[in-house]
Design a binder for this molecule. Structure first.
Ligand code: HEC
Length: 152
């Protein structure tokens, strides 16, 4: 093997690897992989990805809301009650209320909902809570969501 090719070899080997790692990542939001997040930041990172794939087209790139859907991030987001709500009928006292609503109703399309795992919902919730300034000391899940109170 000539010297030039030898120095190129690591690059050639690395490129497909990087590509497949990237693919695996974008698939996890859609595929049935149960996930135990080892850290809050890992959960939030996954949530950001889920948000981008499943929610951003209606709720906006930064969760700011669009003509299609109310804001999930920022001032006035996730209020206790929302006027003129259609799918939403109950109050959002805490993160469990939001999770319950989202799991049943979001994304609105049933086929899109079928792409979502429970872990994806918790992750996207962790992402949205953090974006709203809630400091999470542990990953969000069924054991602690009710204790994360937004509106007493
Ligand atoms: C096709 C558009 C669309 C997509 C995609 C979508 N939403 Fe929604 N979302 C809506 C609409 C419309 C509402 C208002 C429903 C109502 O009137 O009660 C809403 C409401 C909500 C609410 C309640 C907000 C409030 O203040 O009442 C939450 C939480 C929510 N969506 C989360 C999500 C999450 C998380 C995702 C992604 C997993 C998602 N949505 C994807 C359209 C969408």
């Amino acid at each position: 093997m000539n010297k030039h090719l030898k120095s190129l070899l690591p690059l050639l080997l690395a490129a497909p690897l990087a590509f497949s790692a990237c693919q695996t990542q974008s698939q996890t939001a859609r595929e049935a992989a149960p996930m135990d997040f080892t850290s809050v930041s890992a959960q939030i990172d996954h949530g950001a990805m889920v948000y981008k794939i499943e929610c951003a087209q209606c709720h906006g790139d930064a969760g700011q809301g669009t003509r299609k859907a109310p804001p999930l991030v920022g001032k006035g987001a996730l209020p206790l009650f929302r006027e003129n709500a259609k799918a939403r009928t109950g109050p959002f006292h805490n993160a469990m209320d939001i999770a319950a609503f989202a799991t049943q109703n979001m994304p609105p399309d049933e086929d899109d909902r079928a792409d979502m795992q429970a872990a994806d919902y918790w992750a996207v919730l962790a992402f949205a809570l953090t974006a709203n300034g809630v400091a999470l000391s542990e990953t969000v899940g069924p054991d602690n969501a009710a204790s994360i109170v937004l509106h007493p």
